[in-house]
Design a protein around this ligand. Structure first.
Ligand code: UFG
Length: 323
């Protein structure tokens, strides 16, 4: 089987490319390198530099390779940025993905695994959040992803697309073998920022809001190891190949940690005091996001290998302190 991985030079895409190769699949990568890095593209993998909305380039790729399916990671993914530049998110995420789906339909490529997000749920009515929870994003990023989710059944009905949309919770950690990891510039995510303080690259952690309706007042998130997330993509492709119906799956560990709890755990892992400063809330942040992962476990047979938050932080720490 040969798969096109868009965003395969990025954090999650590169880990998934490694998981696909380990499972015996062939991989082709398309990435425009705006946030990706050539150094994260696994050796020997055909690489195309360009946008996922570039119909001509997609045609060329589908012509040169017999692609069995597409895993679509390439996207803008920062909640805060989407609050100040919503148009960029609708163009880059919703618009370009529409072009990709159209090119797939024209080329007869019928399997699609889509990187969706917990941000589609907005402020949840219940946690852990099941997949049939109402969808009402509180930021343009979440909406830009949900709009794509809403298109997929139409491509299925008209063009026979078989799809699985994976709603990621907070992805963190790095390849335990040290081949890939998180490398954003600027970095906005909690765990790498906390580790930058431990490395001496930041003086303190800015903690965005301690007045949320949570036990310690800071936001609660469900952190999932990037390699466990990558495994779920391989399982999703296997499920589609076996005729499993299209649908949505949450990917998280079902465990919530507050920002303060993450900082405390990082202090234990790094031995650094990690000073923090309380700052105002970051716009668009829901108070609590924790996944119900029962569906992915039952239907895809997914079992996380690195669910322990300390292991997630340790692998990220090894990656960040490399060289
Ligand atoms: N936070 C801080 N200080 C920082 C960075 C983050 O206090 O320097 C806080 C945030 O305010 C939030 C929590 O830590 O409460 C987690 O923030 P992240 O930026 O690490 O992650 P988000 O929850 O904002 O978003 C991530 C992905 C999204 C995805 C979402 C799903 O970036 O793409 O998880 O839960 F939609």
């Amino acid at each position: 089987m040969k798969y096109l991985v868009t965003g395969g030079a990025g954090y999650i895409g590169s880990h998934t490319a490694l998981a696909l190769l380990a499972a015996g699949a062939e991989v082709v990568i398309l990435d425009n390198l705006t946030t990706g890095h050539l150094s994260l593209v696994p050796r020997g993998v055909p690489f195309y530099r360009g946008d996922v909305g570039d119909a001509g380039l997609l045609q060329e790729i589908f012509h040169q390779h017999r692609i069995d399916g597409v895993l679509h990671f390439a996207a803008k993914s920062l909640v805060g940025e989407s609050m100040v530049a919503p148009g960029h998110y609708f163009l880059a995420n919703t618009g370009q993905t529409t072009a990709l789906l159209q090119a797939m339909a024209e080329a007869g490529v019928r399997r699609f695994v889509f990187s969706s997000t917990a941000a589609v749920y907005g402020e949840p009515d219940q946690v852990p959040i099941p997949e049939d929870h109402p969808v009402r994003p509180t930021n343009p990023y979440g909406l830009s992803k949900h709009l794509i989710e809403a298109m997929l059944p139409w491509f299925a009905r008209v063009h026979g697309l078989k799809w699985i949309a994976l709603r990621y919770f907070n992805v963190a950690g790095a390849d335990p073998e040290g081949r890939s990891g998180e490398q954003h510039d600027p970095e906005t995510h909690l765990i790498p920022n906390v580790l930058q303080v431990a490395q001496g690259k930041r003086e303190y952690l800015s903690l965005f809001g301690d007045d949320y309706a949570t036990p310690d007042g800071t936001c609660i998130r469900d952190y999932i190891h990037v390699s466990d997330l990558a495994d779920a993509h391989v399982l999703a492709l296997q499920a589609l190949a076996a005729g499993h119906p299209s649908g949505f799956y949450n990917l998280g560990n079902g465990l919530g940690f507050s920002v303060l709890q993450v900082v405390e755990r990082a202090r234990q892992v790094t031995g650094h005091p990690i000073p923090l400063r309380i700052e105002p809330r970051r716009p668009g942040d829901p108070a609590v996001l924790v996944a119900s992962n029962a569906r992915a476990m039952a239907e895809l047979g997914w079992r996380p290998r690195y669910a322990d938050l300390s292991v997630i932080i340790e692998t990220a720490w090894r990656w960040q302190s490399r060289k």
